[in-house]
Design a binder for this molecule. Structure first.
Ligand code: ADP
Ligand code: MG
Length: 260
């Protein structure tokens, strides 16, 4: 924590992180690093710990052992005792770097699309209303929904709601964007429009992206690296082309055969 982050430091580093729910060990001595600007896809069977990794990064889950760093900020309070004792203030700072898009959109139902995107920049970052509105309008244009700003979430399709959720996450200008199965709740004909927005974001060199998805063809197309998870461990990782065409581990092969 005393070192100033340099451009060669990883953006995200899990060092020997363990996460348990009661007697169930979900992550056991987990090590994982992501370079700044890297786009990494996590694949693997249900229950293998993929969402837990994202939720820990988003500070939604405490963990028991190990150290997690994000852009040089540690998730343990320096000099603190025991796990996950960072102060609220410190956690807010970490959260300020991370945005997350969930399977279930999670928009505020009582707010218009515009208000959904403006809300956190005003309440968390202290942006002035007109600045927040200008930012929101620009982002809604980017996701192709400029004309829906006065609508409520219930008036939109699932694909449109998910695009609003992406705009809302981006409004905080995060350095790291996490996607947890962003298209799994969508009707098949709406998947493409959401993947299209994510594809555009994947071309942004500064944005670090972690994506959990079952869209294997898309993962192959946009990722710098694919990590195959099984039982809380990364069994195999590497270049998407290699993972999808020549997986080394039997478990990876079995999994890919079951989903492709
Ligand atoms: P994935 O996203 O790969 O499907 P998860 O990270 O959601 O996997 O879950 C990993 C394991 O942790 C699963 O066995 C799941 O049942 C368990 N788990 C997740 N959240 C909780 C919780 N809040 N309480 C108890 N067990 C949980
Ligand atoms: Mg999950």
């Amino acid at each position: 924590m005393t070192d100033t982050p340099s451009s060669t430091d990883p953006c995200i580093r899990f060092s020997n992180v363990s996460k348990r729910f009661g007697t169930l060990t979900v992550l056991d001595d987990f090590n994982f690093t992501v370079a700044p600007g890297e786009k990494v896809t996590l694949i693997g069977p249900s229950g293998s710990g993929k969402s837990t990794v994202l939720r820990i990064l988003m500070t939604l889950e405490p963990f028991q052992d190990g150290v997690l760093e994000l852009k040089g900020l540690s998730y343990h309070e320096p000099g603190g005792h025991g796990p996950f004792r960072a102060s609220e203030k410190h956690l807010r700072k970490i959260r300020g770097h991370v945005g997350m898009v969930f399977q279930s959109f999670n928009l505020f139902p009582h707010m218009t699309v515009l208000r959904n995107v403006m809300e956190a920049p005003i309440s968390v970052l202290g942006l002035k209303r007109d600045e927040a509105e200008a930012r929101a309008v620009e982002l809604l244009g980017m996701v192709g929904l400029a004309d829906k700003k006065g609508h409520f979430p219930s008036q939109l399709s699932g694909g449109q709601q998910q695009r609003v959720a992406i705009a809302r996450a981006l409004a905080m200008r995060p350095r790291v964007l996490l996607f947890d199965e962003p298209t799994s709740a969508l009707d098949p004909q709406l998947v493409g429009e959401v993947l299209g927005v994510i594809r555009t974001l994947a071309h942004e060199h500064d944005l670090t992206m972690l994506l959990v998805t079952h869209e294997m063809r898309f993962a192959r197309e946009v990722s710098d690296r694919v990590c195959f998870f099984d039982k809380g461990k990364i069994v195999e990782q590497g270049d998407p082309e290699r993972i999808f065409t020549a997986p080394e581990h039997a478990r990876t092969r079995e999994f890919l055969q079951s989903v492709l």
